[in-house]
Design a protein around this ligand. Structure first.
Ligand code: HAS
Length: 541
């Protein structure tokens, strides 16, 4: 019971963050469609760019991180059937992270951190912004420490057992993240925080970007893997069937440890000062990290087909319509998978060195990430909350119908918004720009229709967001019926006993990650450090 409270509070804060961050999304979408409502937000939000920074940070950094911290802590405990190693540490972590978002939130709302969620120098924020985000990252390290210690305590009593799949996924996520987050730690601690305090006189934007993307690409898998945990370990059961293959699921999850990190230069294909050869190496490795997602698509389709056929589905596609579409937890997550598949395809286009030159820094890129983190991840987390919040609070979901409407409206809204943004990108519309401004619109009449799609999609998403928040608030505060929920644990057609022990040898995967990361980054970082010029950078800050 006490652990349930901790998990629930992580999720509540996540939802609060989403309510702030996502509320600003429709303002951007409508601006692109030529309806500028920002003046009505004054004095709280003073510009499109301040709104965009808050939108990015609260959605992709706070909503995701708090949800993941709660959900993976839960998945570890429920998988192992073992209490958390230290509840006290759990609460200390929670409050450290709250202090972090307090500082960052203050800087953002006081218009002292209009630097976008990528925090690129030479844009400069108040030290509180960087310190706050640092505390959030430290919080994730403490969450992972608690999870690892819980696992170690369980392992002592179960030396030969396979780790339950959900817990295995939680461990893989945090092992990967703990290594990946060293990049942003280096950037903030050695470059941005000292410079924002005025301790150093300048900084080096290129070096900062290299450190940032060391973490910035794998962070997308930090967001994605918890969704995979749910898709593999829970959804097959909720959909009425079995996971196709437990060993394939484990293989996919564990492969993210070595392959997630040495790919960050694919965000810097157009940056000067980095060798093209190393950019090519990262481009090639990006196609390697695509592989576990391809495995996932195969295994999930087979698992969903298993569920649909078990429920009487016939023919090539008939099984799809027999899934439990009346269960919002299932509907939301299957719709999330569909959108994610489209986002994955645009990711492959981004990763292709030559095609990237066409789409880089255009509206295509937000099109891509609204289908991945904004749909694949966010809609999955919403689907998870439709059973997890009732489980944690003991209160039945307030209205299944509202939850179903929410899932479908998110799907429809993201389809339109995603299509519009990708299309705008191909027409050369830049990202992070007030596209609705009269000068742009007059020069580019062909942006009209895709901008309209973005505006309509954003409007539908606003409705969907509030359906979600109302559903959650009503379940937590007003639902009177007790919930009768079991934690879903999918059985597998091919069970864990077929998984080779190698998959559980964490040292092997960590070793492989360290070696590959060193190969992928050491030459570039050494070269950037050799050219680091604090005097020239004085001019920047
Ligand atoms: Fe990305 C930029 C490449 C995945 C998020 N990405 C971004 C940014 C974000 C982001 C936020 O190479 C912008 C950062 C910024 O502000 O500058 N991305 C990729 C590649 C993948 C990928 C190759 N991205 C993600 C995920 C994200 C995410 C996941 C968040 C969660 N991305 C890039 C590149 C850039 C980039 C470049 C830089 C662009 C630039 O120029 O700035 C891959 O990992 C994708 C693999 C995934 C798949 C999909 C598999 C499908 C599955 C679902 C199965 C569906 C079923 C249902 C079963 C190939 C697993 C189907 C049912 C039926 C009946 C059909």
């Amino acid at each position: 019971q006490p652990e349930r409270r901790l998990v629930a509070w992580f999720l509540y804060v996540a939802m609060l963050a989403l309510s702030i961050g996502a509320t600003l999304g429709p303002f951007q979408a409508l601006e692109h469609a030529g309806i500028n409502l920002y003046p009505y937000l004054a004095p709280f939000i003073r510009s499109y760019y301040q709104g965009l920074s808050i939108h990015g940070v609260f959605n992709v950094l706070v909503w995701t991180t708090f949800f993941i911290s709660g959900f993976l802590t839960f998945a570890t405990m429920s998988g192992l059937k073992h209490p958390l190693y230290s509840l006290k540490l759990g609460w200390i972590t929670f409050w450290i992270m709250i202090a972090g978002i307090g500082l960052t939130g203050w800087a953002l709302f006081s218009d002292n951190a209009t630097v976008m969620f990528t925090s690129y120098p030479p844009l400069k924020a108040h030290p509180a912004y960087y310190l706050g985000l640092t505390l959030v990252v430290v919080g994730t390290w403490l969450v992972s420490a608690n999870i690892f210690l819980t696992y170690r305590a369980w392992r002592r009593d179960h030396p030969t057992e396979r780790t339950p799949l959900a817990t295995f996924g939680a461990l893989a996520t945090f092992v990967m993240w703990d290594i990946a987050s060293l990049g942003i730690a280096a950037e903030f601690l050695t470059l941005l925080i000292p410079a924002s305090f005025g301790i150093t006189q300048g900084t080096d934007p290129l070096l900062a970007r290299a450190f940032f993307w060391f973490t910035g690409h794998p962070i997308v898998y930090f967001w994605l893997l918890p969704a995979y945990v749910s898709w593999y370990a829970m959804v097959p059961k909720q959909a009425g069937g079995k996971l196709f293959s437990d060993p394939l699921a484990r293989l996919a999850l564990v492969l993210f440890i070595p392959f997630s990190i040495p790919v960050g230069l694919h965000h810097q294909f157009t940056d000067p000062g980095i060798s093209e050869a190393w950019k090519m190496v990262h481009a090639a490795l990006t196609f390697v990290v695509f592989f576990p997602s391809a495995l996932t698509a195969f295994t999930l389709l087979a698992s969903l087909e298993n569920a649909g056929r078990a429920r009487g589905g016939r023919g090539w596609f008939g099984w799809f319509f027999k899934l439990r579409w009346d269960d919002p937890a299932v509907a939301a997550q299957v719709l999330a998978m569909l959108l994610f598949a489209a986002g994955g395809v645009s990711g492959i286009i981004n990763a292709s060195y030559d095609l990237n030159l066409m789409v880089h820094n255009t509206a295509w890129v937000p099109g891509h990430f609204h289908l991945t983190v904004g749909s694949g991840v966010t809609l999955t987390f919403m689907g998870i909350s439709y059973w997890l919040i009732p489980y944690l609070t003991g209160r039945k979901l307030w209205s299944r119908r509202v939850a179903l409407w929410q899932a479908w409206t998110w799907f429809a809204g993201m389809l339109l918004l995603g299509r519009g943004l990708h299309w705008l990108g191909l027409l050369g519309a830049p990202r992070r720009t007030m596209l609705g401004a009269a000068a742009y619109r007059a020069l580019n009449p062909e942006w009209g229709l895709p901008s309209l799609l973005v505006g309509v999609g954003g409007g539908i998403l606003a409705v969907s967001l509030y359906l979600y928040l109302v559903e959650m608030a009503a379940t937590i505060w007003f639902s009177r019926e007790p919930a009768d929920i079991e934690v879903p644990e999918a059985e597998a057609v091919s069970g864990p006993e077929h998984a080779p022990f190698l998959l559980e040898r964490w040292r092997v995967w960590i070793g492989a990650a360290v070696v590959l990361t060193a190969i992928g980054y050491v030459p570039t970082v050494v070269q950037l450090l050799a050219h680091f010029n604090p005097v020239a950078s004085l001019r920047v800050w």
